[in-house]
Structure formats: structure tokens, C-alpha cells
Design a protein around this ligand. Structure first.
Ligand code: AP5
Length: 222
């Protein structure tokens, strides 16, 4: 592995628009830091798959490309960070997404760094509409930019349960982008004012973005 990253990290936030590559780069950061990934999107999809009331309620927002209410999300996170594997910090993916969520997080967890992956809107639709992922291990692929080596089979775990997300269509992506710009993007300045923001150009190939993230994290900790 290239750049050495300090081992005494508390929690890290992966931040950026839908399709920026947060989930893709989370795998690299987890391998580098040992932090467990906490993706609010994955947690909501798991709740829906279980048929819980929370999952069914969240689906209405997710299908429309809207943010799920802060109270629901903050409640999920408060429970998650109490679990044993979170005691040394976590890698938040897709949380926080509003100033209210960030304020709530600041009361329950130390955030060391917020990695903002910047990608222009015009790239996002192609990325989202070509995405598929493994239903067993969660590995993320793209039909053009990052296909699995063998069609229909996950490289990471050999599962044949490759699937697409219900909200990965052009209409919903445009709503998700609107929500991002109006409710989430202002958080970058909020974290910058607190000295925690690392900006990475996400409009490069996956390996280059990963290298830039690790370099940014190493420089940040010096
Ligand atoms: P969530 O699941 O968090 O979705 P998202 O933020 O919209 O982000 P994505 O998972 O779509 O994208 P990503 O950045 O992880 O990109 P990926 O690595 O997969 O949220 C879904 C919904 O849940 C929300 O709309 C909302 O309703 C709700 N929700 C979740 N959290 C919430 C919160 N905190 N508050 C309120 N509501 C919440 O990459 C995308 C594709 O691009 C892949 O195919 C990948 O292979 C490809 N790719 C990645 N990097 C590159 C690259 N550098 N070059 C080319 N292709 C690339």
C-alpha cells in the first residue's frame, strides 16, 4: 500500500454528491485504517429488506430522491456508534448530510477528517445509471468504468447476486443532486471552518482518486 496513514484516527466522514465514489473509496480507507464503514444508505436499504417500519417509511424518501428526516437518521447513528466495533471510530459514508446531522454527530463522536470527493454534476448521471453492486458483499461496479472481471460474478466474493439499486435512475438522480446542492453541500464550508475538510478531485480514475485520498489523509495528520 502506498502512503502511510497515521493509526490513531478517530472517525472519518466521506462526503460528496451521489455517485462521487464514496462507497468505492470506502473499501480502500477501511483497508488502510481498519475503521468499520457506516453507510446510512446501506442501513436504510437493510431496514427495507427486513421489512421494518423504518425501512418502509424511508423508502418513500429514497425513491423520490429526497433526504430521510434528520430525526430518523440521527436515531440510527446513535444506536450504531454504541456497537462494539465502533469504539475506535468509524468511517461514515453518506452521513452527515445536513447541518443538523453534523451538529448531532459532534455531540456523540470525534470527527478527525472529512474527505470531500468533488465530481461535476454532468458526470453523475452516467456513473449512477451504470452502477451495479454485489448483494452479498456490497462490492461496487460500473458497467463501463469498473466492470467485474467476469460478467455476472462478483470479483471479491464470487457471488452471482449482482444487482442494481431501485433509486439508480436518471429522474431520481436529478432529485438527489438537487437535495445534495441545497441541503448537503453547505456542510463542506461548515467542516472547513472547523479545520477538518480534505478536498479531493473525484473526476479522475478510481485508483488515482484513492491515491489522492490517502495522500490527503497522510498530509492532514502530519
Ligand atoms: P446513499 O446510499 O448514501 O447514496 P448516495 O449518497 O446518493 O451515494 P451513492 O451510494 O449513490 O454514491 P457513492 O458516492 O457511494 O458512489 P459509488 O462509489 O457507488 O443514499 C441513498 C438515499 O438514502 C438518499 O438519496 C437518501 O434518501 C437516503 N439517505 C442516506 N443517507 C442519508 C442521510 N444521512 N440523511 C438523509 N437521507 C439519507 O460510485 C458510483 C458509481 O460510479 C459506481 O458504479 C462506481 O463503480 C463508479 N465510480 C466510482 N468512482 C469512479 C471514478 N473515479 N471514475 C469512474 N467511475 C467511478
Amino acid at each position: 500500500m502506498g502512503t502511510q496513514v497515521a493509526t490513531h484516527m478517530a472517525s472519518i466522514v466521506l462526503f460528496g454528491p451521489p455517485g462521487a465514489g464514496k462507497g468505492t473509496q470506502a473499501a480502500l480507507i477501511m483497508a488502510e485504517t481498519g475503521l468499520p464503514q457506516v453507510s446510512t444508505g446501506d442501513m436504510l436499504r437493510a431496514a427495507l429488506a427486513e421489512g421494518s417500519a423504518l425501512g418502509i417509511e424511508a423508502k418513500k424518501y429514497m425513491d423520490a430522491g429526497l433526504l430521510v428526516p434528520d430525526s430518523v437518521i440521527i436515531g440510527l447513528i446513535e444506536v450504531r456508534v454504541e456497537q462494539d466495533d465502533a469504539s475506535g471510530g468509524v468511517l461514515f459514508d453518506g452521513f452527515p448530510r445536513t447541518i443538523a446531522q453534523a451538529e448531532a454527530l459532534s455531540l456523540i463522536e470525534d470527527v478527525d477528517a472529512v474527505i470531500s470527493i468533488e465530481v461535476p454534476d454532468e458526470r453523475i448521471v452516467d456513473r449512477i445509471c451504470g452502477r451495479y453492486s454485489c448483494g452479498d458483499c456490497g462490492a461496487v461496479y460500473h458497467e463501463t468504468f469498473n466492470p467485474s472481471a467476469e460478467q455476472g460474478i462478483c470479483d471479491a466474493c464470487s457471488s452471482m447476486k449482482l444487482k442494481r439499486r431501485a433509486d439508480d435512475n436518471e429522474e431520481t438522480v436529478r432529485s438527489r443532486l438537487e437535495a445534495y446542492h441545497s441541503q448537503t453541500a453547505p456542510l463542506a464550508q461548515w467542516y472547513d471552518e472547523r479545520g477538518k475538510l480534505i478536498i479531493v478531485d473525484g473526476d479522475k480514475d478510481i485508483a488515482e482518486v484513492g491515491n489522492d485520498i490517502l495522500a490527503g489523509m497522510a498530509g492532514f495528520r502530519d
